[in-house]
Ligand binder design. Sequence first.
Ligand SMILES: [Zn+2]
Length: 173
Amino acid sequence: MDNHPLIDWHSMFMGVALLASARSKDSRKRNGACIASGDYKIVGVGYNGLPRGCDDNDPAYWSDDDADPANSRHSYIVHAEVNAILNCVVLPLTGSTIYTTQYPCPRCVQSIIQVGIQRVVYLEKKDHQVGLNAASAKMLTDARIDVLALNELDVPAAAWCTELSGFIARPRR
Ligand SMILES: [Zn+2]
């Protein structure tokens, strides 16, 4: 048994979020999210990508001109958290936890709150995004959502997930 240790729930759910992120075609940042119910069932998984039917090979969708909404990827990409909510297999999500590879942006926070998710566990946070992070934190606090970095919740799970993300990032044949 020692050679096959059980991973804990936090590792499993964040691990699923990381695996989902490996499906993302976004070259700038690949994110994943996994929603788990209070009784440890996975109810939704998502990664950041274009809406269904939008051609991944159309470069207009991946443009970086943030001054022009028609030529900015921010107008087109559905974030991992929102995709996980939209892909969820059961409703309501009241009391569930969303595991997300990135601290959620304000738009995702709006959806997280409105759908009844009670807890956010994130792997990393872009500290330079001061304004966006502050807006997210303000709404999450007012809505009384518990927010935890995985490494403050479960140090071994965070270490295991860092190892897994290194493995996923490794170039493959
Ligand atoms: Zn977002």
